[in-house]
Design a protein around this ligand. Sequence first.
Ligand SMILES: C[C@@]1(CC(=O)O)c2cc3[nH]c(cc4nc(cc5[nH]c(cc(n2)[C@H]1CCC(=O)O)[C@@](C)(CC(=O)O)[C@@H]5CCC(=O)O)C(CC(=O)O)=C4CCC(=O)O)c(CCC(=O)O)c3CC(=O)O
Ligand SMILES: NC(=O)C1=CN([C@@H]2O[C@H](COP(=O)(O)OP(=O)(O)OC[C@H]3O[C@@H](n4cnc5c(N)ncnc54)[C@H](O)[C@@H]3O)[C@@H](O)[C@H]2O)C=CC1
Length: 167
Amino acid sequence: MAARRIRWLLIAGACVTVVAERAQEAIRVLAAEGKVTYREKPFAPADLEGAWVVVAATDSPEVNRKVAESAGDRQLVNVVDQPDRGNFHVPTSLQQGWLTLAVSTGGASPILAGMIRDKLAEQFDEKWAEALEALDEERRAIKGSGLCEEEKRHQLKRLARKWFDSL
Ligand SMILES: C[C@@]1(CC(=O)O)c2cc3[nH]c(cc4nc(cc5[nH]c(cc(n2)[C@H]1CCC(=O)O)[C@@](C)(CC(=O)O)[C@@H]5CCC(=O)O)C(CC(=O)O)=C4CCC(=O)O)c(CCC(=O)O)c3CC(=O)O
Ligand SMILES: NC(=O)C1=CN([C@@H]2O[C@H](COP(=O)(O)OP(=O)(O)OC[C@H]3O[C@@H](n4cnc5c(N)ncnc54)[C@H](O)[C@@H]3O)[C@@H](O)[C@H]2O)C=CC1
Protein backbone atom coordinates (compact mmCIF):
# COMPACT_ATOMS: atom_id res chain seq x y z
CA MET A 1 0.00 0.00 0.00
CA ALA A 2 2.77 2.42 0.97
CA ALA A 3 4.60 1.66 -2.30
CA ARG A 4 1.49 2.69 -4.26
CA ARG A 5 1.25 6.04 -2.46
CA ILE A 6 5.00 6.61 -2.87
CA ARG A 7 4.83 6.11 -6.64
CA TRP A 8 2.10 8.74 -6.84
CA LEU A 9 4.03 11.18 -4.59
CA LEU A 10 7.26 10.78 -6.59
CA ILE A 11 5.42 11.46 -9.85
CA ALA A 12 4.09 14.65 -8.24
CA GLY A 13 7.67 15.68 -7.40
CA ALA A 14 7.54 15.14 -3.63
CA CYS A 15 10.63 14.52 -1.46
CA VAL A 16 9.55 11.29 0.25
CA THR A 17 10.67 9.95 3.63
CA VAL A 18 9.52 6.45 4.60
CA VAL A 19 9.35 5.37 8.23
CA ALA A 20 8.90 1.60 8.57
CA GLU A 21 10.15 -1.11 10.85
CA ARG A 22 10.74 -3.27 7.79
CA ALA A 23 9.85 -1.74 4.43
CA GLN A 24 8.82 -3.81 1.42
CA GLU A 25 11.51 -4.76 -1.11
CA ALA A 26 10.18 -2.23 -3.66
CA ILE A 27 10.68 0.57 -1.14
CA ARG A 28 14.17 -0.65 -0.20
CA VAL A 29 15.11 -0.49 -3.88
CA LEU A 30 13.84 3.10 -4.13
CA ALA A 31 15.90 3.96 -1.04
CA ALA A 32 19.05 2.31 -2.48
CA GLU A 33 18.53 4.36 -5.67
CA GLY A 34 18.31 7.54 -3.59
CA LYS A 35 14.71 8.21 -4.66
CA VAL A 36 13.34 8.10 -1.10
CA THR A 37 14.83 8.52 2.37
CA TYR A 38 14.28 5.45 4.53
CA ARG A 39 14.20 5.48 8.33
CA GLU A 40 14.21 1.82 9.42
CA LYS A 41 12.50 2.25 12.79
CA PRO A 42 9.12 2.24 14.55
CA PHE A 43 7.01 5.36 14.06
CA ALA A 44 7.46 8.21 16.55
CA PRO A 45 5.58 11.55 16.45
CA ALA A 46 8.86 13.42 15.81
CA ASP A 47 8.98 11.72 12.38
CA LEU A 48 6.25 14.12 11.24
CA GLU A 49 8.37 17.23 11.80
CA GLY A 50 8.74 19.25 8.62
CA ALA A 51 6.35 17.05 6.63
CA TRP A 52 3.73 18.72 4.45
CA VAL A 53 1.82 15.57 3.46
CA VAL A 54 1.57 12.56 5.79
CA VAL A 55 0.39 9.08 4.75
CA ALA A 56 -0.39 6.54 7.48
CA ALA A 57 -0.11 3.17 5.70
CA THR A 58 1.16 0.65 8.22
CA ASP A 59 -0.69 -2.64 8.76
CA SER A 60 -1.45 -1.64 12.35
CA PRO A 61 -4.68 0.33 12.91
CA GLU A 62 -3.31 1.56 16.28
CA VAL A 63 -0.14 2.93 14.70
CA ASN A 64 -2.10 4.57 11.87
CA ARG A 65 -4.37 6.18 14.46
CA LYS A 66 -1.36 7.46 16.36
CA VAL A 67 0.12 8.93 13.17
CA ALA A 68 -3.14 10.77 12.47
CA GLU A 69 -3.38 12.04 16.05
CA SER A 70 0.23 13.23 16.03
CA ALA A 71 -0.20 15.35 12.90
CA GLY A 72 -0.61 19.10 13.23
CA ASP A 73 -3.47 21.27 11.96
CA ARG A 74 -1.40 22.42 9.00
CA GLN A 75 -0.47 18.97 7.73
CA LEU A 76 -2.34 17.02 5.06
CA VAL A 77 -3.01 13.53 6.37
CA ASN A 78 -4.19 10.44 4.51
CA VAL A 79 -5.00 7.32 6.56
CA VAL A 80 -5.34 4.29 4.30
CA ASP A 81 -7.40 2.06 6.59
CA GLN A 82 -9.45 4.67 8.50
CA PRO A 83 -10.11 7.45 5.96
CA ASP A 84 -12.18 9.57 8.36
CA ARG A 85 -9.19 10.05 10.65
CA GLY A 86 -7.33 11.89 7.91
CA ASN A 87 -8.19 15.12 6.12
CA PHE A 88 -7.86 14.03 2.48
CA HIS A 89 -8.73 11.02 0.34
CA VAL A 90 -6.87 9.74 -2.68
CA PRO A 91 -8.98 9.34 -5.81
CA THR A 92 -7.99 7.15 -8.70
CA SER A 93 -6.95 9.14 -11.74
CA LEU A 94 -6.39 9.09 -15.45
CA GLN A 95 -3.74 11.16 -17.19
CA GLN A 96 -3.95 11.87 -20.90
CA GLY A 97 -1.26 14.43 -21.65
CA TRP A 98 -2.29 17.62 -19.89
CA LEU A 99 -5.77 16.25 -19.18
CA THR A 100 -6.29 14.84 -15.68
CA LEU A 101 -9.50 13.11 -14.65
CA ALA A 102 -9.92 12.05 -11.01
CA VAL A 103 -12.60 9.64 -9.84
CA SER A 104 -13.70 9.11 -6.26
CA THR A 105 -16.61 7.21 -4.75
CA GLY A 106 -16.07 8.90 -1.39
CA GLY A 107 -14.73 5.62 -0.04
CA ALA A 108 -17.87 3.63 -0.93
CA SER A 109 -16.11 1.41 -3.46
CA PRO A 110 -12.50 1.99 -4.58
CA ILE A 111 -12.85 -0.91 -7.03
CA LEU A 112 -15.85 0.74 -8.69
CA ALA A 113 -13.80 3.98 -8.93
CA GLY A 114 -11.18 2.01 -10.88
CA MET A 115 -13.87 0.60 -13.19
CA ILE A 116 -15.27 4.07 -13.87
CA ARG A 117 -11.76 5.32 -14.63
CA ASP A 118 -11.23 2.48 -17.12
CA LYS A 119 -14.52 3.32 -18.82
CA LEU A 120 -13.58 7.00 -19.05
CA ALA A 121 -10.21 6.00 -20.50
CA GLU A 122 -12.01 4.50 -23.52
CA GLN A 123 -13.61 7.86 -24.30
CA PHE A 124 -10.74 10.13 -23.24
CA ASP A 125 -8.01 8.50 -25.34
CA GLU A 126 -4.76 9.87 -26.88
CA LYS A 127 -6.76 12.12 -29.22
CA TRP A 128 -7.49 14.33 -26.22
CA ALA A 129 -3.82 14.78 -25.39
CA GLU A 130 -3.07 15.81 -28.98
CA ALA A 131 -6.12 18.08 -29.08
CA LEU A 132 -5.08 19.88 -25.90
CA GLU A 133 -1.69 20.74 -27.35
CA ALA A 134 -3.26 22.11 -30.53
CA LEU A 135 -5.89 23.95 -28.53
CA ASP A 136 -3.21 25.47 -26.31
CA GLU A 137 -1.51 27.01 -29.34
CA GLU A 138 -4.73 28.40 -30.76
CA ARG A 139 -5.67 29.79 -27.35
CA ARG A 140 -2.33 31.57 -27.00
CA ALA A 141 -2.86 33.22 -30.38
CA ILE A 142 -6.26 34.52 -29.28
CA LYS A 143 -4.90 35.73 -25.94
CA GLY A 144 -2.03 37.54 -27.67
CA SER A 145 -4.30 39.16 -30.26
CA GLY A 146 -5.37 42.77 -30.05
CA LEU A 147 -9.04 41.88 -29.72
CA CYS A 148 -11.12 43.38 -26.92
CA GLU A 149 -11.69 41.22 -23.81
CA GLU A 150 -15.29 40.40 -24.71
CA GLU A 151 -14.36 39.24 -28.20
CA LYS A 152 -11.45 37.17 -26.81
CA ARG A 153 -13.78 35.43 -24.37
CA HIS A 154 -16.22 34.73 -27.17
CA GLN A 155 -13.49 33.24 -29.36
CA LEU A 156 -12.01 31.16 -26.51
CA LYS A 157 -15.42 29.67 -25.84
CA ARG A 158 -15.92 28.90 -29.53
CA LEU A 159 -12.47 27.33 -29.69
CA ALA A 160 -13.13 24.97 -26.75
CA ARG A 161 -16.54 24.08 -28.17
CA LYS A 162 -15.06 23.34 -31.61
CA TRP A 163 -12.59 20.83 -30.11
CA PHE A 164 -15.08 19.36 -27.68
CA ASP A 165 -17.58 18.66 -30.45
CA SER A 166 -14.93 17.22 -32.76
CA LEU A 167 -13.65 14.57 -30.33
C1 LIG B 1 -10.91 6.19 1.31
C2 LIG B 1 -9.77 5.59 0.51
C3 LIG B 1 -8.47 5.91 1.20
C4 LIG B 1 -7.76 7.16 0.81
O1 LIG B 1 -8.30 8.23 0.75
O2 LIG B 1 -6.56 7.04 0.62
C5 LIG B 1 -9.74 4.09 0.43
C6 LIG B 1 -10.03 3.26 1.49
C7 LIG B 1 -9.96 1.85 1.53
N1 LIG B 1 -9.64 1.05 0.46
C8 LIG B 1 -9.69 -0.26 0.86
C9 LIG B 1 -9.47 -1.37 0.04
C10 LIG B 1 -9.09 -1.34 -1.32
N2 LIG B 1 -8.70 -0.22 -2.05
C11 LIG B 1 -8.36 -0.59 -3.29
C12 LIG B 1 -7.90 0.28 -4.34
C13 LIG B 1 -7.80 1.67 -4.31
N3 LIG B 1 -8.16 2.45 -3.24
C14 LIG B 1 -8.03 3.75 -3.55
C15 LIG B 1 -8.47 4.80 -2.77
C16 LIG B 1 -9.14 4.78 -1.58
N4 LIG B 1 -9.31 3.69 -0.80
C17 LIG B 1 -9.79 5.99 -0.97
C18 LIG B 1 -11.21 6.18 -1.48
C19 LIG B 1 -11.30 6.37 -2.97
C20 LIG B 1 -12.66 6.13 -3.58
O3 LIG B 1 -13.63 5.79 -2.97
O4 LIG B 1 -12.76 6.34 -4.78
C21 LIG B 1 -7.42 3.96 -4.91
C22 LIG B 1 -8.32 4.88 -5.73
C23 LIG B 1 -6.11 4.65 -4.91
C24 LIG B 1 -5.04 3.93 -4.13
O5 LIG B 1 -5.24 3.56 -3.01
O6 LIG B 1 -3.98 3.79 -4.73
C25 LIG B 1 -7.34 2.51 -5.48
C26 LIG B 1 -8.32 2.43 -6.67
C27 LIG B 1 -8.10 1.31 -7.61
C28 LIG B 1 -7.70 1.76 -8.96
O7 LIG B 1 -7.18 2.86 -9.16
O8 LIG B 1 -7.91 0.93 -9.89
C29 LIG B 1 -8.55 -2.00 -3.42
C30 LIG B 1 -8.34 -2.78 -4.68
C31 LIG B 1 -6.89 -2.96 -4.97
O9 LIG B 1 -6.02 -2.80 -4.10
O10 LIG B 1 -6.65 -3.36 -6.12
C32 LIG B 1 -8.98 -2.48 -2.17
C33 LIG B 1 -9.37 -3.92 -1.78
C34 LIG B 1 -10.82 -4.18 -2.11
C35 LIG B 1 -11.86 -3.49 -1.22
O11 LIG B 1 -11.75 -3.58 0.01
O12 LIG B 1 -12.80 -2.84 -1.80
C36 LIG B 1 -10.02 -0.31 2.22
C37 LIG B 1 -10.17 -1.56 3.06
C38 LIG B 1 -8.77 -1.91 3.63
C39 LIG B 1 -8.78 -3.14 4.48
O13 LIG B 1 -9.68 -3.27 5.31
O14 LIG B 1 -7.83 -3.92 4.35
C40 LIG B 1 -10.17 1.02 2.66
C41 LIG B 1 -10.50 1.51 4.05
C42 LIG B 1 -12.00 1.66 4.25
O15 LIG B 1 -12.79 1.32 3.36
O16 LIG B 1 -12.36 2.10 5.34
N1 LIG C 1 -6.55 2.60 0.94
C1 LIG C 1 -6.48 1.54 0.19
O1 LIG C 1 -6.77 1.60 -0.96
C2 LIG C 1 -6.03 0.24 0.75
C3 LIG C 1 -5.66 0.14 2.08
N2 LIG C 1 -5.17 -1.03 2.58
C4 LIG C 1 -4.70 -0.99 3.98
O2 LIG C 1 -3.31 -0.61 3.95
C5 LIG C 1 -2.67 -1.05 5.17
C6 LIG C 1 -1.28 -1.63 4.91
O3 LIG C 1 -1.37 -2.78 4.13
P1 LIG C 1 -0.08 -3.39 3.38
O4 LIG C 1 0.65 -2.33 2.63
O5 LIG C 1 -0.56 -4.58 2.64
O6 LIG C 1 0.80 -3.84 4.61
P2 LIG C 1 2.33 -4.31 4.67
O7 LIG C 1 2.37 -5.38 5.71
O8 LIG C 1 2.88 -4.61 3.30
O9 LIG C 1 3.12 -3.04 5.17
C7 LIG C 1 2.97 -2.54 6.45
C8 LIG C 1 4.24 -1.78 6.85
O10 LIG C 1 4.01 -1.15 8.11
C9 LIG C 1 5.22 -1.21 8.85
N3 LIG C 1 4.91 -0.99 10.28
C10 LIG C 1 4.07 -1.68 11.09
N4 LIG C 1 4.08 -1.18 12.33
C11 LIG C 1 4.94 -0.12 12.31
C12 LIG C 1 5.38 0.82 13.29
N5 LIG C 1 4.94 0.79 14.54
N6 LIG C 1 6.25 1.78 12.90
C13 LIG C 1 6.72 1.82 11.63
N7 LIG C 1 6.34 0.95 10.68
C14 LIG C 1 5.47 0.00 11.01
C15 LIG C 1 5.79 -2.58 8.55
O11 LIG C 1 7.16 -2.63 8.85
C16 LIG C 1 5.49 -2.65 7.02
O12 LIG C 1 6.56 -2.07 6.28
C17 LIG C 1 -3.66 -2.04 5.81
O13 LIG C 1 -4.28 -1.36 6.89
C18 LIG C 1 -4.69 -2.31 4.72
O14 LIG C 1 -5.94 -2.54 5.30
C19 LIG C 1 -5.00 -2.11 1.78
C20 LIG C 1 -5.38 -2.09 0.45
C21 LIG C 1 -5.92 -0.91 -0.16
